[in-house]
Write a protein that binds this ligand. Structure first.
Ligand code: PRX
Length: 685
């Protein structure tokens, strides 16, 4: 353990501050909504006996069913090695390749089936339907290039900073084919955020695109690569090559100069690899497939390391049985591949099942809120997957749009944040036309795939609640003392998972201590125990369980703000603000927002002698955008005379959050400076 603390002690300190788990539940319990008979008639999973098959006493052998959805070069010997908790090793001894499983093995039956429908944002541009054969060809050519032109080999890391284009899954699969670990950074993140991830993963190569469309504009993206490479170099990581896809092959769409000897137009070099084939590398099941960075309690984003065999089996099984993807379905997950949802449920899960998966470049409401429904109609999409934020935006901007289009969803997913029952009902009634079943899936970047959800062909739905743990997942809610909070008690606590599962991440890249500390230490009664039962996984979410076993997720218990379903660390935002020379202190708090769920309000105090000004506030806002990306842009920057502080000097974010949300801050008399509260309130409201 770092700093010589016991794991338990360290974790207690981290979570002692705020406990959203203690907040009262403000939504009344909703009535059940039954799945349509039509859906059940065709669903893969309709027998509740599945839960017996996956009962805790069948752990871990029950997960063989997951692995058996895949092709193995060498079948594994040990289902899970739990001898060094909490570092779990799934399907030990097995050899597998993720690219083979998502591409090659489908050629015999599905060569001419569409693997990826790429939908450009400009509506006049043609949709590109990439067949499995075409995907195979393009992935092979790129894999050959990565190996020979870039000298990459299994185990190397490559950072991708790519928008939502077909080339992104092609690039990921080409990496997977030769055992290279990809680390895709959300394209909306800044060059600085990209640099941080390049440095942490020690990538020698950056793969990007010159430009992409967003909200009607062709955005210059290559300029971010220049920042990323320069800043990674100052952090000690040299990027040798930048490979640049062209959004329009043959035409360079960026104003940023090409750096000689470093920047390479990928489309040009690929011409020399025409027709090349590369045998997929048989990787150990536990070889890392990719890194996905996410925000946590400290400032630095952490690289969640996901395995090949365990992860792929998990996303394949959950895509098949929770999303009910059949070979004839057209599936559209409207997330961004830059987040875990896109990795698991646009790329790896659906492609492992030989599905047709839609990749849409732009924003859902561009040029109007009818766009998603036009896409659904024209491609015959019948499974749809999105977030409450997108649903809220579509509902606000075009409540009557879905009815205008002739599409029919059999199944819809919501993910990423709690969905208000009213919004859920609109989704069900208008988007789903009363026919589609909805699954509200709860999980996290660290988890690989869904943890809680109703089974679409078995359970009734309950608006605003996720469901019980999916087969093989055994959640439990603990109170602060580690006592179990029973279902139906009306009390909230910290949701944990009792058992390991194949999709769980392997570690935090280069920081195993943090992995143990943040996710396992809190409720581990005996750090020396070698028994997996002593190592429940703590998700960091407050939750309660109703008498029927359904969970309701209440939000983060740590310093993380969930903006539009994406996690932003408060410390990341605050450290960006502190880069502005005038700023002395910064504190960020979540504010409820009608569309985005939560948005960050940023409070700053200035160094002595400086006067507040709009100029400084704008500078702070710009610093946050350039450090992290537009997604973290503060809703407001409020310059305050001083922060509300405890006598020991700790900033009371809770008081600021109350002010931002127009609530009563409660008793502030114990603060070191109670008089400042009213002054802040006057400034902020
Ligand atoms: O607080 C939970 C919330 O999103 C967090 C995970 O965020 P991220 O790692 O970015 O992954 C998002 C997509 C999997 C969780 O800790 N969350 C996720 N799904 C739900 C949710 N909150 C309520 N209901 C959900 N269905």
């Amino acid at each position: 353990m770092s700093e010589g603390k016991s794991p338990r002690h360290a974790a207690e300190q981290e979570s002692a501050d705020v406990s959203e788990a203690e907040i009262a539940v403000h939504w009344p319990e909703e009535d059940y909504v039954l799945p349509a008979g039509q859906f059940i008639a065709q669903a893969y999973l309709t027998n509740p006996g599945v839960f017996e098959r996956f009962s805790l006493d069948r752990f871990p052998e029950c997960f063989k069913e997951f692995a058996d959805l895949l092709d193995w070069y060498k079948y594994w010997e040990t289902t899970v090695d739990t001898s060094a908790p909490p570092f779990w090793r799934w399907f030990v001894g097995g050899r597998i390749n993720a690219c083979h499983n998502c591409v090659d093995r489908h050629l015999a039956a599905y060569r001419n089936k569409t693997a990826i429908h790429f939908v450009p944002e400009p509506e006049h541009e043609a949709v590109h339907h990439l067949t499995y054969q075409e995907l195979f060809v393009r992935v092979n050519e790129l894999a050959a290039l990565l190996r020979e032109f870039c000298d990459l080999k299994a185990g190397d890391r490559v950072t991708l900073h790519m928008p939502m284009v077909a080339e992104l899954p092609i690039t990921m699969l080409a990496c997977a084919r030769i055992g290279v670990i990809h680390s895709q950074v959300f394209s909306g993140f800044s060059g600085t955020a990209c640099a941080e991830r390049i440095a942490d993963s020690e990538s020698r190569l950056l793969i990007t695109m010159d430009a992409y469309h967003r909200s009607g504009e062709l955005l210059d993206h290559k300029e971010k690569a220049d920042i990323a490479v320069a800043e990674a170099a100052s952090a000690g990581q040299q990027v040798e090559k930048v490979l640049i896809w062209q959004r329009y092959p043959g035409k360079y769409s960026s104003a940023a100069r090409l750096v000689k000897g470093r920047d390479v137009i990928l489309n040009d070099v690929l011409a020399g690899f025409r027709g090349r084939r590369v045998e997929p590398e048989p990787m150990p099941a536990e070889a890392p497939l990719f890194l996905m960075y996410t925000s946590g309690t400290t400032g630095r984003p952490k690289g969640c390391q996901h395995s090949t065999g365990g992860y792929l089996s998990y996303v394949a099984w959950t895509s098949k049985y929770i999303q009910d993807i059949h070979p004839e379905d057209v599936y559209w997950c409207m997330a961004d591949i830059g987040w875990i949802t896109g990795h698991s449920y646009i790329v790896y899960g659906p492609l492992a099942l030989a599905a047709s998966s839609v990749v849409y470049e732009g924003v859902p409401t561009w040029p109007d809120a009818g766009r998603p429904w036009r896409i659904a109609e024209s491609l015959g999409v019948n499974i749809f997957h999105t977030s409450p934020t997108a649903i809220r935006a579509l509902r606000r901007n075009g409540p009557d749009e879905p009815a205008k289009y002739n599409y029919h969803f059999k199944h819809m997913t919501t993910v990423g944040e709690p969905i208000e029952p009213e919004v859920w009902k609109w989704y069900h009634r208008e988007v789903g036309k009363g026919e589609a079943v909805i699954v509200d899936t709860w999980w996290q970047t660290e988890n690989g795939g869904f943890l809680c959800s109703t089974l679409p062909g078995i359970h009734p739905m309950k608006p605003g609640s996720t469901g019980p743990g999916i087969p093989g997942i055994h959640p439990v809610i603990f109170d602060e003392e580690g006592k179990e909070i029973p279902a139906g008690s009306g009390k909230a606590g910290n949701i944990c998972i009792r058992n390991p599962w194949p999709g769980i991440f392997q570690t935090v890249w280069k920081d195993p201590d943090r992995y143990v500390r943040q996710y396992y230490a809190r409720y581990c009664k005996n750090p020396d125990s070698k028994d997996w039962r002593d190592w429940p996984y703590m998700a960091g979410d407050g939750a309660m369980q109703a008498a029927d076993g359904y969970f309701r997720i209440l939000g983060r218990i740590d310093d993380v703000i969930n903006v539009s379903g994406h996690r932003l660390g408060t410390k990341e935002i605050e450290s960006a603000a502190l880069l502005v020379s005038e700023v002395a202190e910064a504190a960020v708090v979540p504010v409820a927002d009608e569309v985005k769920g939560k948005v960050p309000d940023l409070y700053v105090s200035l160094k002595p002698g400086l006067l507040p000004s709009t100029k400084i506030a704008n500078k702070v806002s710009a610093a946050v955008v350039s450090q992290i990306g537009a997604i973290a842009r503060p809703h407001r920057v409020v310059i305050v005379p001083d922060m509300p502080k405890t006598r020991s000097g700790k900033i009371m974010r809770r008081v600021l959050a109350a002010i931002s949300n127009r609530q009563e801050p409660g008793d502030v008399s114990t603060l070191a400076n109670p008089e400042v509260v009213e002054r802040i309130r006057a400034l902020a409201t």
